[in-house]
Every structure is written in structure tokens, then in C-alpha cells.
Ligand binder design. Structure first.
Ligand code: OAD
Length: 238
């Protein structure tokens, strides 16, 4: 299926879903998970910091890492890939962005229906009572919850943690009815996000992968476009 045929499928669709990973923000200067960490954080692996155990063992290091990432994201701008997905809303009756990213760039590009499978860096929540604080405070050490004095943590999903139930339910519902699914910039390695595209394939949706490299999903999709999201998505959306 070539790009013009995909553009036609999108134009005729009632419902389009995009499942995005770190690759969609790469051209905004936000490193992907498979990129090596740089600078101060070069000696750490994301997998060693984004865990409840790491936060319990060294809360200050984990808190500082998220403050660093939040600053990085605050300086980043949505790129043509984010903007192309936002523009879809002018053409398709129902558009749902399901993202594994925690950077909020889809919302900043103008997408109005974003399902955040892994949370969002701009929020913190209490590790004890679960209260979510919309604003991010940046004290030198993790602050305590004003409601129960528990320790506040980034409102993101860490390795080994369950995805937010509501987000997973919304994602599943959207994928079961979509006519077209765009899988953009994800290595399709981390479950359960990696298996979500199968829900769309199962009911005969057109599933298009956009990634410079092949992934475990490649053999199953309708079309796999090799290239950068910021270049290909504006072409595909038309
Ligand atoms: P990864 O870093 O695993 O994969 C990024 C993917 O984007 C790779 O397949 C790259 O080939 C591709 N890519 C890089 N630049 C691109 C570009 N300009 N355009 C399109 N694709 C590009 O990131 P994710 O797949 O998002 O989980 O990782 C999934 C999850 O693993 C993350 O949400 C995180 C991580 O562990 C948690 O933190 C719980």
C-alpha cells in the first residue's frame, strides 16, 4: 500500500487512531528510550531510574532525572509529525492519539483526544494517597503530599507498574472500531502497548507503521513506511 492509497484510506475513514512512541518526539529533540542518555545522565540507563525500586532507594536522583527531562521537554516544540496528527482532526470525524510518551507534545500541537498510556511528566502524584497535583514543583528533594504527607512522585508509569486502567480501556475501545491505525515511532518492545495494534488488525483496520527501522510489528502491518515521522506523516495525512 503506497502513500497515496494510505492518504485515501484516511480521507474515507470515520475513525483514525495513532499509537505513538518516543520516535514521534525525536525530531523535537527529545531523546528516545533506545538513545543513549547524555551529559550528566550518561552513566544511567532509563530502565534503572524509571522504577519504584529506584525511587525508594534514591528518591533525589530519580526526582532530579525527571526534573531534567521536564526541562528538556519544556524547551522542545511540537514537530511536523505532531502537527500533522493534530491536523487530522479537521479531516476525520474521530481521531484518537494513544501515546506512550510523557512529554505532552501532542496536546501542545493541538490534538484534543490524547490517551496517555504512561502518564505525563508535567504532573506529580502522591505515592501514598494517589492525589495528583497538576502543577510541578521543583524543590531540591521530592516534596511531600499536602493531604497525607506521603512522598510525591512523577505521575508516570514506571517499569513493572500497571498502566492506568482508564487509559488502557479508552485505547482498547478506540482500536476496536478504527478504520485506520498509524503506529508511529515505537520499537513495539514494551507490553502491553506493543500488542495493542493487534486489536486493530483483528477487525481488518488498515495498519500503517512509520519508523526508520523495522520492528517486531513490521511483518503484521498493512504497510511499513521507512522514514522519519516528521517527513512522512505530513505526506500521509495529505
Ligand atoms: P523506543 O526508544 O523504544 O523506540 C523509539 C522508536 O522510534 C524506534 O523504533 C526508532 O527506530 C523510532 N524512531 C526514532 N526516530 C524516529 C523518527 N524521527 N521518526 C519515527 N520513528 C523514529 O521508544 P518507545 O517505543 O516509545 O516505557 O518505548 C516504549 C516504552 O519503552 C516507553 O514508553 C518507555 C520505554 O521503556 C516506560 O517508560 C514505561
Amino acid at each position: 500500500m503506497d502513500i497515496p492509497a494510505i492518504t485515501r484510506a484516511i480521507a474515507q475513514a470515520e475513525s483514525v487512531v495513532a499509537l505513538t512512541g518516543a520516535g514521534v518526539s525525536a525530531e523535537s529533540g527529545v531523546p528516545t528510550f533506545r538513545d543513549a542518555q547524555t551529559g550528566l545522565w550518561a552513566r544511567y540507563r532509563a530502565e534503572d531510574l524509571a522504577t519504584p525500586e529506584a525511587f525508594a532507594r534514591q528518591p533525589r536522583v530519580v526526582w532530579d532525572w525527571y526534573a531534567y527531562r521536564r526541562k528538556l521537554v519544556a524547551e522542545a516544540q511540537p514537530n511536523p509529525a505532531h502537527r500533522a496528527l493534530a491536523a487530522l482532526e479537521d479531516r476525520v470525524p474521530a481521531v484518537t492519539i494513544i501515546t506512550q510518551n510523557v512529554d505532552g507534545l501532542h496536546q501542545r500541537a493541538g490534538s484534543s483526544r490524547v490517551v496517555e498510556l504512561h502518564g505525563n511528566l508535567s504532573r506529580v502524584r502522591c505515592a501514598s494517597c494517589g492525589r495528583v497535583a497538576a502543577s510541578w514543583t521543583e524543590p531540591p528533594v521530592p516534596p511531600h503530599c499536602p493531604a497525607c504527607n506521603g512522598r510525591l512522585r512523577p505521575d508516570v508509569v514506571w517499569f513493572g507498574e500497571l498502566l492506568p486502567r482508564q487509559a488502557l480501556a479508552e485505547a482498547t475501545t478506540a482500536l476496536q472500531v478504527c478504520n485506520v491505525l498509524l503506529v508511529i515511532g515505537t520499537s513495539a518492545l514494551v507490553e502491553p502497548a506493543a500488542s495493542l495494534p493487534l486489536l486493530a488488525l483483528r477487525h481488518g483496520a488498515v495498519v500503517v507503521e512509520i519508523n526508520p527501522a523495522p520492528t517486531p510489528l513490521t511483518p503484521f502491518v498493512t504497510a511499513s513506511l521507512r522514514g522519519l515521522a516528521g517527513v512522512l506523516l505530513p505526506q500521509v495525512v495529505g
